[in-house]
Ligand binder design. Structure first.
Ligand SMILES: N[C@@H](CCC(=O)N[C@@H](CS)C(=O)NCC(=O)O)C(=O)O
Length: 464
C-alpha cells in the first residue's frame, strides 16, 4: 500500500485532526466540495485521486515497478484500474450494498456481470499482469478483503468460489502478499461501520445521467455498410504499422484520440461507427463498454480515451503529451480525470441539453460550478501545462467547439467571456492549434444532432 493514503493511519497515531487540517490546507486539488482521501503529500506537494497517486508513485520511485514495460500491457492495467473504479466498485457499493429489494436484485445482476469480466480476465493468471502484482491489482485490492464484509453486511453472497474460481484464487494470492496482509484495517471495525452506513444511507443514489452515454444514430456518409465490409477486409490483413480509430460523428471522446495521433504525426485510418447499429468489430474490440473510441494498433485493441492517450504517449514518443516532471504529470492526469468524472460532458449533455425548467436550472448550476474549477486552474496559463498543449487539454478539447453548439441547441448562454475569461482564452488557443482546427466534425451536422436529441428527450418529437 502506498504510504499515507489512509486517513485511518493518521488517526492511528492520534493526531488525525492536525493532519486533516494540513491536508485541507495543502491540497489545492478540488475534486468535490470536500477534499477526499487519499491525498499523498510528497515534499509539500499534494496529489489526490488514488489512481493518479499510483502513477505518481510509479514515476517517482522506480524500484518494484507497478506497471509493465510494454505500452499495450500498461494500457491493459490502466483499463482494468479504470473499470474497477468506474464500473465495478459503484455497482457493488451503490447497486447492491446500499440497496434492497428489487433495486438490489437489479444491482446484483450488474455487479455479477462486472465480476464475470474480471473472472474472464484472471483465468490462468495469478495477477492482472501475470506473475507480479501491479497497478490494477492494487486498484482491485479492496475486493480481496471488503467483498466478504460487504456481503455479510448486506446479507447475501454474490461471488462464490464455484462460479468465480479465478477471482477467488486472485483474492487469495493478493491477500497473501505480505505488505497487503499487514495493512488491512480492523475487520470488526470496518464491518461495524459498513452496517451503520448501510442503515443510514439506504436511499436511492440515482444520478440523472449516466457517464458518457452518447447514443448517436448517424453514420457519417451513409455508406456504413461499405465501411463495415472494408473493416473486416482490413482486419484480415493487419499491416506492419496498422493504426485504426473507431469513432462516431459527434463523439468528443474519439476526438481526443484523433488529436493525439495527429499531434504526433501518426497516420491512422478512421472507422466510422453508427452507434445505433454497432459493428461486430466494435463489439469484438470493446466487449465491456461497447463504445467508441477504440484504437487498434497492430491488431491490439485499446479502449477508453484516457487509457488510449497514455498508450499513444508511451508508444510514440515525439511531441510529448505529458511533461517530464512526475508532479506535473500527476496534475495533468488529475484534471483529465476531473473532466471525465465530474462529468463535464455528460453534465452539460444530460443535465442541461436534455432538460428544461427547474431540472435544467439545477444542471446549469452543477455544470458552472465544475467549470469554475477549470477557470481557476487555467488562470494565467495558455494551456493546462503552461505553454504547450497536453493530455488535460485534449481531455477538455471538445468544449472549445461543442459548448457554443450546446448553448445554441439548449437556447441559453452558459459560460460568457466575462465570467470565464481564462476559459475563453483557452478555448481560442486550443481551437487555433492546426490539427485541432482541421479535425472538428461538421458543425451543422453536430448541431442538428443536438437539437434532435433535445427535442426527442423533451418529448417534442419521436426519437429516431
Ligand atoms: N469513458 C469513455 C466514454 C466513451 C463514450 O461514452 N462513447 C460514446 C460516444 S460519445 C459511445 O460510444 N456510446 C455508445 C453507447 O453508449 O452505447 C471514453 O473516455 O472513451
Amino acid at each position: 500500500m502506498a504510504a499515507g493514503q489512509y486517513s485511518e493511519s493518521y488517526s492511528q497515531i492520534g493526531d488525525y485532526k492536525r493532519h486533516r487540517a494540513m491536508i485541507l490546507e495543502t491540497a489545492k486539488h478540488i475534486m468535490a466540495e470536500e477534499v477526499k482521501v487519499p491525498v499523498l503529500i510528497h515534499n509539500g506537494k499534494a496529489i489526490s485521486e488514488s489512481l493518479v497517486i499510483l502513477e505518481y508513485i510509479e514515476e517517482t520511485w522506480k524500484q518494484t515497478p507497478l506497471l509493465p514495460k510494454d505500452p499495450f500491457q500498461q494500457a491493459n492495467a490502466r483499463f482494468w484500474a479504470k473499470f474497477i473504479d468506474e464500473k465495478l466498485y459503484p455497482s457493488i457499493v451503490w447497486g447492491v450494498f446500499l440497496k434492497e429489494g428489487q433495486e438490489q436484485e437489479k444491482g446484483v445482476l450488474e455487479s455479477l456481470e462486472n465480476l464475470r469480466h474480471l473472472e474472464d480476465e484472471f483465468r490462468g493468471k495469478k495477477f492482472f499482469g501475470g506473475e507480479t502484482i501491479g497497478l490494477a491489482d492494487l486498484a482491485l485490492g479492496w475486493l480481496a478483503y471488503y467483498l466478504d464484509i460487504f456481503e455479510d453486511a448486506a446479507g447475501l453472497k454474490q461471488a462464490d468460489e464455484e462460479k468465480f474460481p479465478s477471482l477467488a484464487a486472485w483474492k487469495q494470492e493478493f491477500a497473501n502478499v505480505p505488505v497487503v496482509r499487514q495493512s488491512w484495517p480492523d475487520r470488526g471495525k470496518i464491518a461495524e461501520k459498513l452496517v451503520a452506513m448501510r442503515h443510514n444511507l439506504m436511499q436511492p443514489n440515482s444520478k440523472s445521467y449516466t457517464t458518457g452515454q452518447c447514443s448517436e444514430s448517424h453514420s457519417q456518409a451513409g455508406d456504413y455498410k461499405r465501411h463495415r465490409a472494408m473493416i473486416l477486409e482490413t482486419a484480415k490483413h493487419i499491416m506492419a504499422e496498422e493504426v485504426m480509430v473507431f469513432r462516431s460523428l459527434t463523439s468528443p471522446f474519439a476526438l481526443r484520440v484523433i488529436w493525439a495521433l495527429k499531434l504526433k504525426g501518426v497516420e491512422f485510418e478512421e472507422i466510422w461507427e453508427d452507434l445505433s447499429n454497432k459493428s461486430p468489430l466494435l463489439l469484438q474490440y470493446n466487449p465491456i463498454y461497447k463504445k467508441v473510441p477504440v484504437l487498434v494498433h497492430n491488431g491490439k485493441a485499446i479502449s477508453e480515451s484516457l487509457v488510449i492517450l497514455e498508450y499513444i504517449e508511451e508508444t510514440w514518443k515525439q511531441t510529448p503529451l505529458l511533461p517530464q516532471d512526475p508532479y506535473q504529470r500527476a496534475n495533468a492526469r488529475f484534471w483529465a480525470k476531473f473532466i471525465d468524472e465530474k462529468q463535464l460532458y455528460p453534465s452539460i449533455r444530460f443535465g442541461v441539453l436534455l432538460k428544461e425548467g427547474k431540472e435544467q436550472e439545477k444542471g446549469v448550476l452543477e455544470f458552472l460550478e465544475n467549470l469554475q474549477h477549470v477557470e481557476d486552474e487555467l488562470r494565467g496559463k495558455k494551456f493546462f501545462g503552461g505553454e504547450t498543449i497536453g493530455l488535460a487539454d485534449l481531455a477538455l478539447g471538445w468544449l472549445a467547439y461543442y459548448l457554443d453548439i450546446f448553448e445554441e441547441a439548449a437556447g441559453l448562454k452558459l459560460a460568457d467571456e466575462e465570467k470565464f475569461p481564462s476559459l475563453a482564452a483557452w478555448k481560442q488557443e486550443f481551437a487555433n492549434v492546426p490539427v485541432v482546427r482541421q479535425s472538428w466534425p461538421d458543425r451543422g451536422k453536430v448541431a442538428e444532432r443536438f437539437v434532435a436529441m433535445r427535442k426527442a428527450s423533451l418529448g417534442k418529437e419521436t426519437p429516431r
